[in-house]
Design a protein around this ligand. Sequence first.
Ligand code: FEO
Length: 393
Amino acid sequence: MIYKIIENDVYSVGVKDWNRRIFDELIPLPDGTSYNSFLVKGSNKTALIDTVDPTKANELLDNLKKLDADIDYLIVNHAEQDHSGTIPQILDIYNNALIITNSKCKDLLIEFHLIPDEKFLVVGDGETLDLGGKTLEFIITPWVHWPDTMVTYLQEDQILFSCDFFGSHLATSELFADEDIYKSAKRYYAEIMMPFRTIIPKNLEKLKNLKIQIIAPSHGPLYNNPEFILDAYKDWTSDNTKNHVIIPYISMHGSTQNMVDYLVDSLIERGLTVKPLNLTYTDLGELALDLVDATTMVIASPTVLTGPHPSVVYATYLANALRPKLKFVSVMGSYGWGGRMLDQITGMIGSLRVEMITPLIIKGFPKEEDYVKIDEMADEITEKHKQLGIIIK
Ligand code: FEO
């Protein structure tokens, strides 16, 4: 499907992937995704901005054929294969096309696709390319989410082609996003961008003085109200957290489930927002989403052999890798005859800059004295939230 963004000059020529359900063999895609690619026609030259996942190469090539495009430049904002994977076919068909990218991206493209050096023209931060009445400006924005990432700004039409930055994994027939995009965009941020939370504001700062009418990412719909997604990114990357406690957990025989249920009620009674996530059923994208602005995470696990349940290990590893802005972590759970579950979980969260709330590991099913300790944990969490200035209703 081809969409005209600006009449006769700028087209969206990418591809929807309605049925894709996992990315990187890791990230669930409940709503599919898209690989957006854009054609910009100047009076002298034509540029294609990013390509598509190699599984969808034919659809991109068909779109270009329909537009009778002759590509002079292939702008590559990012080397990951879902955007670069069709470059070899493009170069085969459009023999004279030159790749325009930054030096880090060039190095990766040579490694991934064995593209010869003479096919590249390397650009630096702020450099421009005139297509004839269409001027492309290249802005280096590293670590959204690889070291090679840049964005391309079409000066005359004030369109920012941002590749992964501001993207969302959502296949939709609509060219432009409405407010329903918020959860998809936040989930995408959580899964892809959150590990770089402290770097992203520097890139937002670089974009601050651009007049932007449209943000055109390479996944999901475009934004013709750029402030919506720019403001969301400012919020998500800020240090502010919400009055939320998340409890990723597993229970095998009911003891940990009982502790979690009691803690959930105890926290609700104290005015906190709580979300238990049973890891047997939870889509880990939902965990990532909840980690964007939760203040506290309580990891709850039974003891398997001598350590935490493997599903808890997986979720804890991911939470640590995503580096959310959590402020507090605790651990609760149960054992039968012993183990080192607490040490193993706390040893896995070295990337989280958090304060530990007093953990609670009990033997067997909870007893009266254990419920008292769970209430004390709820009190401690509530007090910590108050100390941060979080409003508790
Ligand atoms: Fe959508 Fe980092 O690739």
